[in-house]
Design a protein around this ligand. Structure first.
Ligand code: GRF
Length: 211
């Protein structure tokens, strides 16, 4: 079943674009109803418009967190969405905000991608933190959001190696390539099978990574 999603972004929007590209290529059965950026200068905005998506900025500058969230909710209420997808959204969401997306089974219909193997290295600088720590293996986590930052039921994780001669840049690049495959694949799994929360996340065989 096709899923209707809204995407929240703050910057570059490469994950958002991987989702839009997968939809365009017929690999993801979803429709992006709206893209909202909290930063009017976010590159994600012009990128999403290239795909014909309705995209707006709701600037958080000068607004309280509550007022900003209210404006985002007002915009989202104009659309009939199944899932709220966070793709590099650098704002903490309050419990009040999340409550608007509560599913009858108790989870919030909000999905996040984080560039580490959670619960290791939560926070805004996960690639840098993991690299500086000296990890040999890192990875990408896609999870349902809950009241805590970079926390909630894990839907999927995919690891990648840190190579001996990696620079921070090459390490990030390898991770980002994983992000761009994993996010559309997880969303497609949800479109096809819904959410099946097992102790270890979604059933892995249902997540098909494209080459
Ligand atoms: C990604 O690394 C994502 O995992 C993290 O923020 C970054 C956003 O990049 N949450 P982009 O805007 O999708 O290019």
């Amino acid at each position: 079943m096709s899923i209707r999603i809204a995407i929240l972004v703050s910057g570059r929007g490469s994950n958002m674009e991987s989702i839009l590209r997968a939809i365009k290529d017929g690999q993801l059965d979803a429709k992006v109803e709206v893209v909202i950026a909290n930063n009017p200068a976010a590159l994600a905005l012009p990128t999403s418009r290239k795909y014909g998506v309705h995209a707006i900025a709701i600037d958080n500058q000068g607004l309280s967190r509550a007022e900003h969230e209210k404006r985002v909710l007002d915009e989202l209420s104009l659309h009939n969405i199944d899932w709220l997808v966070l793709a590099g959204y650098m704002r903490i969401l309050t419990t009040d905000f999340l409550q608007h997306f509560k599913h009858q089974d108790g989870y919030f219909r909000v999905i996040n991608i984080h560039p580490s193997l959670l619960p290791a290295f939560p926070g805004a600088n996960a690639y840098d933190d993991a690299f500086k720590y000296g990890v040999r293996v890192s990875g990408i986590t896609i999870h349902l959001a809950d009241e805590k930052v970079d926390h909630g039921p894990i839907l999927a994780q995919q690891s990648f190696a840190r190579l001996e001669d990696d620079s921070l840049e090459s390490f990030k690049e390898r991770g980002l390539a994983v992000e761009h495959k994993l996010y559309p694949a997880v969303l497609q799994s949800i479109a096809k099978h819904g959410i099946q929360l097992l102790p270890g996340g979604l059933k892995q065989e249902e997540i098909v990574l494209s080459d």
